[in-house]
Design a protein around this ligand. Structure first.
Ligand SMILES: [Zn+2]
Length: 363
């Protein structure tokens, strides 16, 4: 039986989420705890952390994973201007970059940031994208590998122990983490980020370990020897994606999309990859949770819209098929529409779908 949160619009189909006796989801409870946090004390912790790591001689002292979007841009800009750090920003190339994504990354560099971009072998990436689409129902997995493991590779290579991410997605959006945490454990990556399938899994499907190396984390002993720590900026400072957007529009040259993103109502989140739409659409197929459900749930928790507005938006946009870049995605993976449709339909979960009809929708 699918349950919907009584405060936001998320459902019990979201992996690892929990609901309490009042029917409130763990992400809404987390938002409540956030509002009651002593942020002055948290910022003092951040200052101590920065004091400990700051280089003072111009060498990089913190790795900040960015995409050119509003969130990484906000973290890097704050660390540099408010906390006197020298960030090395690292980014993993989108599978199929968009013009607006490229433009935003260029603008970010032009605003005074050093960026290293990882661009893995195109043949392997394409093969891995197609395999992940078919066997995991998510063409985006190769990007998630890179986004998670490339910062670790760079931290080890440049001998920078501190990595600073934005928000703790596992806590903010209703995942395995129920309490605020400053750091995440590298040991949790496989489960929380790769759905139990790390890059080495794909050796079972014909890729060899040498091909998969760019997608993998460095050996654990090297991560340890570097003293690597992964922290969340959102633990130390209030995290508000809409505020990040305003901040980056002003300070890092960030531009939103001129048009609404398919499947939702927003214009400023997750704009870099032409495969984004398909990634979110597959979540709609698997869990009945489309891009608009996720966006509205976040904005209800942040107090930007009411639950009623969220419900109306979900009815209007959730599950809208991402036609705009669909052909590009098919060409990239070398699939016909018939093959892709078969794969998409193979991921319809019977809990969510009665044939092609949603079993329950948020009311
Ligand atoms: Zn909720």
């Amino acid at each position: 039986m699918i349950k919907f949160c009584t405060r936001c619009v998320i459902s019990s189909m979201r992996p690892r989420i929990a609901f309490d006796a009042d029917g409130v989801c763990s992400a809404c409870r987390f938002a409540e705890a956030k509002a009651a946090t002593d942020w002055t004390a948290r910022e003092a912790e951040l200052k101590r952390l920065c004091d400990w790591h700051r280089s003072n001689n111009g060498s990089f002292d913190v790795v900040v994973p960015v995409s050119g979007g509003k969130d990484g841009g906000f973290v890097a800009h704050q660390l540099r201007t408010v906390y006197g750090m020298t960030p090395l920003c690292v980014t993993w190339a989108p599978l199929l970059p968009t013009d607006i994504g490229r433009q935003n990354l260029d603008a970010f560099v032009a605003h005074g940031f050093d960026v290293i971009q990882g661009r893995p072998n195109g043949e392997t990436t394409r093969a891995l994208t197609k395999l992940a689409f078919e066997h995991m129902g998510d063409p985006f997995l190769p990007f998630i590998y890179g986004q998670t493991n490339f910062p670790l590779q760079m931290a080890v290579r440049y001998q920078i122990p501190l990595i600073m991410y934005g928000e703790d997605g596992e806590a903010e959006y209703g995942g395995a983490v129920k309490e605020p945490r400053a750091q995440r454990k590298i040991e949790d990556h496989d489960e929380q980020y790769f759905s139990g399938k790390p890059p080495s899994f794909w050796t079972e499907h014909g890729l060899d370990l040498r091909q998969l190396k760019p997608f993998q984390a460095p050996p654990y002993r090297e991560i340890k020897a570097n003293g690597t720590q992964i922290h969340f900026f959102g633990y130390y400072k209030p995290w508000d994606p809409q505020e990040n957007f305003y901040h980056c529009a002003e300070h890092t040259g960030f531009s939103p999309n001129p048009e609404r993103t398919e499947g939702t109502y927003s214009k400023y989140a997750s704009l870099d990859d032409r495969l984004d739409g398909l990634h979110y659409y597959l979540a709609y197929i698997k869990f009945g949770i489309g891009r608009c459900t996720s966006d509205s749930a976040h904005e209800i928790r942040d107090g930007k819209i009411t639950r009623e507005e969220g419900v109306a938006l979900v009815h209007k946009f959730d599950g809208e098929f991402p036609v705009k870049h669909y052909q590009d995605a098919l060409d990239y993976m070398g699939l016909s529409h018939t093959e892709a449709a078969r794969i998409i339909d193979s991921w319809r979960s019977p809990e969510v779908w009665d044939g092609f009809r949603l079993r329950a929708r948020v009311e």
